[in-house]
Design a protein around this ligand. Structure first.
Ligand code: SAM
Length: 226
């Protein structure tokens, strides 16, 4: 399945698995948050059997399962062997899953109609975030789209303060580097600011959970051949 999409396959060190302990419980904890966010994303950009979809930082594959259900040809990449094992148990051969690093995607240029990523970019330091977004733009077809779910920088409504407080605890518990990256992501303007640096243009933004999260639909500006 899907060999045409691949180029090089980068190495990931399985001993550095930040999700090794939590992978088995991840969906129990996160699906109550993830499922409504996924529904918003689906409304912004549904898929069908004519499309190729890549989920970057696919984790346990819960989002990919929805895209598989639409008949799209699905690919998922994650740096965590434990999370990928959950995705593999869930999806079997219905998606092409790859252990890898989002800052060096092993796919050819312009491979996908939709590149999706959820609750992933805020984890990265600024340099890796730019590199991952640049890779996402590279592998997205010029007529394709990028769909991003993540924390939203900016003012919160009442509900947003509640959900941001819960998120603050969760991001702190995730570790010092994780927490520092999340704070830096928010203070630097989050997804709209980071994606503008790599030629990804926000077409639509849907604010969710009182402003704590948002779902963005973006398009990639590919340089025209001369
Ligand atoms: C918070 S989880 C989100 C998982 C899933 N996208 C979701 O919405 O539930 C972040 C995921 O990003 C993955 N990740 C972190 N850094 C990565 C990198 N450099 N390359 C690929 N995946 C990475 C982690 O292993 C983890 O599975």
């Amino acid at each position: 399945m899907g060999e045409a999409q691949y180029c090089q396959r980068p190495m990931v060190n399985p001993r550095m698995d930040a999700y090794g302990r939590i992978a088995r419980f991840y969906d129990t904890l996160l699906e109550p948050v993830n499922a409504p966010l996924r529904a918003v994303g689906w409304k912004l950009h549904p898929t069908d059997g004519s499309m190729t979809v890549l989920d970057v930082g696919c984790g346990t594959g819960a989002h990919l399962e929805a895209y598989v259900g639409s008949g799209a040809e699905c690919f998922g990449l994650d740096a965590s062997p434990a999370m990928l094992a959950e995705a593999s148990a869930r999806l079997g051969d219905r998606a092409d899953l790859e252990l890898g690093d989002a800052t060096a995607l092993p796919y050819r240029d312009s491979s996908f109609n939709l590149v999706f990523t959820s609750l992933f970019l805020h984890e990265l330091d600024a340099e890796s975030r730019t590199a991952a977004l640049s890779e996402i733009a590279r592998v997205t077809r010029s007529e394709g789209r990028v769909l991003i779910i993540d924390y939203r920088a900016g003012s919160l409504r009442a509900k947003g303060y509640v959900t941001r407080s819960i998120s603050t605890v969760a991001e702190r518990v995730a570790g010092r580097d994780h927490y520092r990256n999340w704070r830096a992501y928010l203070s630097s303007g989050g997804v709209p600011a980071a994606s503008a640096q790599v030629g990804l243009t926000v077409e639509r933004e849907k604010i969710v959970a009182g402003g704590n999260f948002a779902v963005w639909l973006l398009r990639a500006e590919h340089p025209q051949p001369t």
